[in-house]
Ligand binder design. Structure first.
Ligand code: PLP
Length: 387
């Protein structure tokens, strides 16, 4: 298998697996128990919290472990709604993940909140002036804007956007699920009030994530019950997954630190792939290429093809990629991300997402390129010969 769909999920790093195994075997005690068997488990949870805080440059008590990115996003939005019922306006963007969009839509139908959804420019980024005009001082509870897009990798100007939100008295949340371990995230002294991460997007297992809540920011828990996570997320912790996530944070930070003195090997592979594909296949456009992008993501439009057919043919050759967002694979809807960038439905249907990781290799990439070329030739000839 040649796995080039790392924005859908990533493989476990072997060191991450090692870090979780003791808590699935001998160290199975509940971290909240008082006896000594629970001590190593509690210690592992505390260590992971420190590793996560170092990864995000924040304090350990600003970290809440969650079941993943979706829970973290929902918890941040629902907390803002609960704490500030008099502010019934939320600002978001047309390219956000369903974890944000559908949570807001559900509040719209249950609570009647108003939503302003910012458009994106053709390069996929938002316009900060549009954001300034969208915020209603005293009425906007929260601005929620993703750090990096799951389909195109386009990076939004979240630092500037968070300052605009904060200066207007609105909370600022960012879904950083697709940014983690790809670009540095430094939260100390920032105007970001909350942030969501998901372990399985950076080589930890599925079902574990982080909600960062800035210490100056009030928080109303989504889950109530026991006093875990400093009373902010009830439910017995998952120590194996938490230890895994802590290790993934540590490895992610090491990877990012290494980029200060070395070129990014993941970016080099992605750039090689794009350079080869655009020179060997005619009619290829890279969606979002003029904006800053995460180093691992490529969103290609290959004219005269159909993304659904491309993914099928590539799958037959063992190459895993996705048409649009993997969270929707199977539904073949038109990507709202690409539509917001101005692509027509037929252009969006020709677009594919290829996403690399630090486990991707040059040999695999070159093999994938040859399969892309033959799949394109086959589909183009089929489509042109169809009456
Ligand atoms: N936000 C973004 C940008 C994502 O890409 C995803 C998953 O695809 C999520 C949130 C949801 O994360 P999780 O799968 O951990 O619930």
């Amino acid at each position: 298998m040649i796995y080039l769909d790392n924005n859908a999920t990533t493989q476990l790093d072997p060191a991450v697996l090692e870090a979780m195994l003791p808590f699935l075997k001998d160290h199975f005690a509940n971290p909240s128990s008082a006896y000594s068997a629970a001590k190593p488990v509690r210690k592992a949870v505390n260590l992971a919290r420190e590793q996560a805080a170092a990864f995000l440059d924040c304090d350990p008590d600003e970290i809440i472990f969650t079941s993943g990115g979706t829970e973290a996003d929902n918890a941040a939005i629902l907390s803002a709604r609960r704490l500030y019922p008099e502010k019934n306006h939320f600002v978001t963007c047309a390219a956000e993940h369903d974890a944000i969009t559908n949570c807001l839509k559900s509040l719209q139908s249950t609570d009647g909140i108003e939503i302003t959804s910012l458009s994106t420019r053709p390069d996929g980024t938002i316009d900060l002036d549009e954001l300034r005009h969208a915020i209603r001082p005293g009425r906007t509870a929260m601005v929620t804007l993703m750090m990096a897009n799951n389909e195109t990798g386009v990076i939004q100007p979240v630092t500037a956007a968070s300052e605009i939100a904060e200066s207007s008295g609105a909370l600022f949340h960012t879904d950083a699920v697709q940014a983690a371990a790809k670009i540095p995230i430094r939260l100390r002294n920032s105007s970001i009030h909350s942030l969501a991460l998901s372990g399985h997007k950076f080589h930890a297992p599925k079902g574990i994530g982080i909600l960062y809540i800035n210490r100056r920011t009030a928080f109303h828990p989504l889950l109530t019950g026991g006093s875990q996570e400093n009373q902010r997320r009830a439910g017995t912790e998952n120590p194996a997954a938490i230890a895994a996530l802590g290790t993934a944070c540590q490895l992610g930070l090491q990877h990012l630190d290494s980029l200060t003195s070395n070129p990014d090997p993941v970016a080099a592979l992605r750039d090689h792939f794009e350079q080869q594909i655009t020179s060997l296949i005619e009619g290829v456009t890279i969606n979002g290429s003029s904006a800053p992008r995460t180093p691992n993501t490529s969103n290609l439009r290959i004219s005269g093809t159909e993304a659904a057919a491309m993914t099928l043919l590539l799958d037959q050759k063992g190459v895993c990629i996705s048409a649009g967002s993997a969270c929707h694979s199977g539904s073949h809807h038109i990507s709202p991300v690409l539509a917001a960038m101005g692509l027509s439905p037929s252009e969006a249907r020709q677009s594919l997402r290829i996403s690399f990781s630090r486990f991707s290799t040059l040999t695999e990439t070159n093999t994938a390129i040859t399969h892309f070329i033959s799949a394109t030739t086959r589909i183009r000839s089929l489509l042109t010969s169809t009456p």
